[in-house]
Design a protein around this ligand. Structure first.
Ligand code: GTP
Length: 353
């Protein structure tokens, strides 16, 4: 599983934690995907780490608490997606023809992993990619296939996509394909390995499916994914509570007349004051929402404080930041970790702070 990216699109949240470790519906994104892998019968996973590598092992340890055997391989320099896969090759136990399942650690997906592996084996492909349909594929890797499902091209972030099927960030590789990735330099599977395989006529197949899929790369998607887990639209056995209209974690204190709705998560030890409204938002552990504040579709970092009567909609507040009373921030606004926004400084803004 690839978990070493910098997560630039999710800044400033990723300044204090790597994206795959950010809590979505109460536990790291990676925990949800590891649970799915375990539920599909996978018992050993190697995490390819780079950025903030240490936090993964601190949280997951040897994996036994998650029903898995976990190992870690850390790049000294970020090697890109292909380089990271190559870097774990010596930890793989199988024969050269054995299938190896590879996940991006920042995707929420209801994919039937066993069905993906079966398709890979049936077609005797070198690589099989999970493909998903999105409305606007221009920001993704577009993957057209022929009638038999064989991939005909890889078009990374193309302005004029010929299909809505995109690379969903989960693959099965024949082990020998991993061994052939160049060593010691950054490699992108999307831009180098996959196009290279096509150029040599190597069979690469797509496996389209229409189950739940979301790339948690942006703040809006992050909030959406958390809501979908809390409300049960995306099923995860790692959800730390029952499915419902909100998820309130241990030690959180919510005033009786505060309203938590829309699949919002209130992190451990967080506080929500009298008359406050939290709708579809994600409050990390220890966040404080003071009386009468309204927080919608936003992410509030660890121990950040949202002052009385503040209005936030589509905003990211970094860890430990303070938004004092009387501010109103709207879509796209970011408050950096530890920053303090003085009382009444911003009304209806999408500027960076
Ligand atoms: P952005 O900077 O916002 O694009 O996010 P990102 O850095 O996570 O990049 P991207 O979403 O394209 O990465 C896809 C997956 O590969 C994620 O799970 C990343 O954690 C992982 N990844 C990306 N680059 C590297 C790398 O150099 N090394 C490792 N080990 N993983 C990587």
């Amino acid at each position: 599983m690839l978990v070493g990216g910098q997560g630039t699109r999710l800044r400033p949240l990723t300044m204090s934690a790597p994206k795959p470790m950010l809590p979505v519906a109460g536990v790291p994104v990676t925990a949800h995907m590891l649970a799915r892998a375990r539920d599909a019968g996978i018992d050993r996973v190697v995490l390819a780490t780079s950025y903030r590598a240490e936090v993964f092992e601190q949280y997951f340890g040897d994996g036994s608490a998650h029903g898995l055997r976990l190992e870690y391989v850390t790049e000294t320099e970020p090697m890109g997606t292909g380089g990271a896969i190559r870097n774990v090759a010596e930890r793989l136990c199988g024969d050269p023809d054995e299938p190896v399942v590879i996940f991006n650690g920042d995707i929420l997906s209801g994919l039937d992993i066993e069905a993906l592996v079966s398709r890979h084996t049936e077609t005797d492909a070198a690589v099989t990619l999970h493909l998903t349909k999105v409305v606007d594929p221009r920001a993704f890797g577009v993957v057209p296939t022929d009638d038999a499902g064989r991939v005909t091209a890889f078009l990374e972030k193309t302005p004029d996509p010929p299909t809505n099927l995109i690379n969903a960030g989960c693959y099965v590789f024949r082990r020998s394909v991993i061994d052939a990735i160049p060593v010691g330099r950054p490699v992108s599977v999307e831009r180098e390995t996959f196009p290279g395989l096509l150029a040599t006529g190597t069979p690469v197949f797509g496996y389209p499916d229409s189950t739940y899929w979301l790339d948690l790369g942006t703040p809006a998607a992050f909030v959406q994914g958390s809501r979908d887990l809390v409300t049960g639209r995306m099923v995860s056995s790692a959800l730390p509570g029952p499915i419902g209209d909100c998820l309130v974690l241990e030690g959180a204190v919510v005033a009786p007349d505060a309203k938590i709705s829309g699949g919002a998560t209130v992190g451990a030890g967080a506080r929500v004051g009298a008359g406050a409204a939290v709708d579809g938002a994600v409050l990390f552990d220890g966040a404080v929402i003071e009386a009468g504040a309204s927080v919608r579709d936003s992410v509030i970092g660890r121990a950040a404080v949202v002052g009385a009567g503040v209005v936030l909609d589509g905003v990211v507040v970094g860890d430990g930041a303070v938004v004092e009373a009387g501010n109103e921030l709207r879509a796209g606004a970011r408050v950096f970790p530890g920053a303090r926004l003085a009382a009444g400084a911003v009304r209806f803004s999408s500027d960076r702070t």
